[in-house]
Design a protein around this ligand. Structure first.
Ligand code: HEM
Length: 530
């Protein structure tokens, strides 16, 4: 036995004799995970969260969360002698006078953008493949909570430096809080500790940003991963993969090595961006002053779509019984996002209700095989994209020489007209792809090779699919639409009323499919060929 083996064995025995960990480790380390590149998206989220915690901790060593007024005396000349909050001065100090400070600030900001982007793409993977279906609904809901917290956390983060851009964002948040009927102004006073901006806001959001939300997120991420572990990972359809098994590689050594390497790739990319791509140059914006606003103020992208909704709202306000309600803020700032996030959280149950399918699913859907769901996803993305475009309407107008009103009207009409259009187009594309799959299974792959037959006719040679490929194209189930009758067994008309009718329509829409080839059709074709 070599010295290295003796040390490793000795350490392992020491730990096992005191904790009994060996049995648990053996079971855990050999756990099998299915393999697919899209499963790495959740990992990117996880790793960027770790980077956020590490870089954020570095920033806390120098950041001063105080609105006390100071005069800047650092090495950034243009702001010398200017009065500002201690928070802003300390953020400038980190940027210009702390070694590696600017790099860390930029890494932290880039990691936040990557974290949010990876989370959205991860969520899209889960949505479009139906990974949220039973038994993973709870994990989906935890995911929606994480997404919501991520948006708030990011917003609070870029509000901390107390520069002109962050103050402008906070001003909008204040307006949204004030728009809540009856309690809004009290709530705003309560949150800001008096009139806006007050003197304690930064220290309050600091506690929430570094302690409360990360703590809740850490707990939720732990629960999220424990559920993935306990419920096992879903897998894509393929030969030998069923609802009852998991086909893949063991955690040790395959995934340990992959995950370890991947962490450093994510860290490397984030650090590279932090080093070469400038982000949030707060010294250019200047200190916050409620009387000023910078031209071209833009929130981070995950807030941009909410800003876009607020920018698109027409100026509607009502005054009644001494109460003013600003619908133009209330609807886009709170009601629409509230509806969107609630529908998102409940989507697994809505789909169950539409399809009547309450069974467990561990094999994923190919997005085309569930055209209705894929179309709903495309519709939601289109809505968000149009509002995001409107969130940058001022920049689009100046960069492309357009009129801001044209962009706003495009967005207003687009927000209503484009999502349904995206729904219809996506559904048709999915059905066409299903038709193409059906053709492929029945008649093989078109090779593009034309052959002239002895009697002069040209035909294209089709190559039969491999059994594995044919399996993947036909493994999915096609459920019939729910039968919710117009009359019950005793002839009583429409016993379920509007709800029943709606469910019948939804079910019909969600089960619209191109029927996949049956074994009978395959046999007939084969006989015909021989
Ligand atoms: C801090 C944020 C998050 C982290 C760190 C995280 C991490 C992960 C990881 C590592 C996995 C396993 C690998 C994979 O399938 O990609 C996973 C699976 C899953 N995540 Fe997330 N996730 C987060 C946010 C979300 C969000 C926003 C949703 C949806 C709303 C979501 C829903 C799910 C579901 C349903 C699974 C199980 C998928 C399956 O078994 O195929 N997660 N997550």
């Amino acid at each position: 036995m070599s010295a290295r083996e003796r040390v490793a064995g000795g350490t392992a025995s020491f730990i096992d004799e005191r904790t009994g960990a060996a049995k648990w480790m053996k079971k855990t380390l050999t756990k099998v995970f299915p393999d697919h590149w899209s499963f790495m998206l959740g990992e990117i989220v996880m790793y960027s969260f770790v980077i956020l915690l590490l870089s954020g901790t570095f920033l806390t060593f120098w950041f001063d969360p105080s609105m006390r007024e100071v005069e800047y005396e650092g090495s950034y000349e243009p702001l010398n002698g200017i009065k500002m909050s201690a928070a802003y001065a300390s953020a400038l100090h980190i940027s210009f006078d702390v070694r590696g400070g600017l790099l860390m600030r930029q890494i932290h900001h880039w990691a936040a953008l990557i974290f949010m982007a990876a989370m959205v793409v991860h969520m899209m993977r889960v949505f479009f493949t139906g990974a949220f279906r039973k038994p993973r609904e709870l994990n989906w809901i935890i995911g929606v909570a994480l997404l919501t917290l991520g948006i708030v956390e990011g917003f609070l983060g870029y509000s901390l430096p107390d520069d002109l851009l962050s103050g402008t964002g906070i001003r909008i948040a204040e307006a949204i809080i004030q728009a809540i009927p009856v309690v809004g102004s009290y709530l705003s006073y309560f949150i800001f500790g008096g009139a806006f901006p007050g003197e304690m806001f930064i220290q309050r959001i600091y506690a929430v940003h570094i302690l409360l939300i990360p703590g809740i997120m850490l707990a939720l991420i732990t629960a999220h991963l424990m559920l993935v572990w306990y419920q096992k990972h879903t897998q894509y359809p393929g030969p030998g993969r069923t609802e009852k098994n998991v086909v893949g590689y063991p955690l040790m050594p395959v995934y340990m090595a992959k995950a370890g390497g991947f962490f450093f790739i994510v860290f490397g990319v984030t650090a590279f961006l932090g080093a070469v791509a400038q982000i949030n140059p707060i010294w250019i914006y200047g200190p916050y002053n409620p009387g000023q606003i910078g031209a071209g103020s833009q929130p981070d992208w995950y807030m941009g779509w909410l800003d876009g909704l607020v920018r698109a709202a027409p100026p509607i306000e009502t005054h009644a019984f001494g109460i003013t309600i600003s619908w133009n803020i209330l609807i886009p700032g709170l009601i629409i996002p509230g509806i969107i996030f609630t529908l998102m959280a409940f989507y697994p149950f809505i789909e169950q209700w539409m399809t009547g399918d309450k069974r467990e699913h561990h094999v994923l859907d190919r997005p085309r095989n569930n055209p209705n769901r894929t179309a709903i996803g495309a519709m939601s993305l289109t809505f968000t994209l149009v509002s995001l475009i409107n969130g940058g309407n001022d920049l689009l107008a100046t960069h492309f020489d357009l009129s801001i009103n044209q962009i706003m009207w495009f967005s207003r009409i687009g927000l209503i007209a484009l999502p349904p259009l995206a729904f219809v187009i996506t559904k048709r594309i999915c059905l066409s792809l299903q038709r193409a799959d059906r053709e492929k299974v029945l008649h093989g792959r078109e090779t593009g090779r034309l052959v002239m037959l002895p009697h002069g006719e040209f035909i294209e040679v089709h190559e039969p699919l491999s059994p594995e490929k044919a399996y993947v194209l036909t493994a999915h189930e096609q459920l019939p639409a729910l039968e919710i009758g117009e009359a019950d067994a005793n002839g009583v008309a429409n016993p379920q009323g509007f709800k029943g009718k709606l469910r019948a329509r939804m079910s019909k829409a969600s089960q619209e499919q191109i029927s996949k080839p049956t074994s009978k059709e395959m046999l007939e074709l084969e006989e015909g060929h021989h």
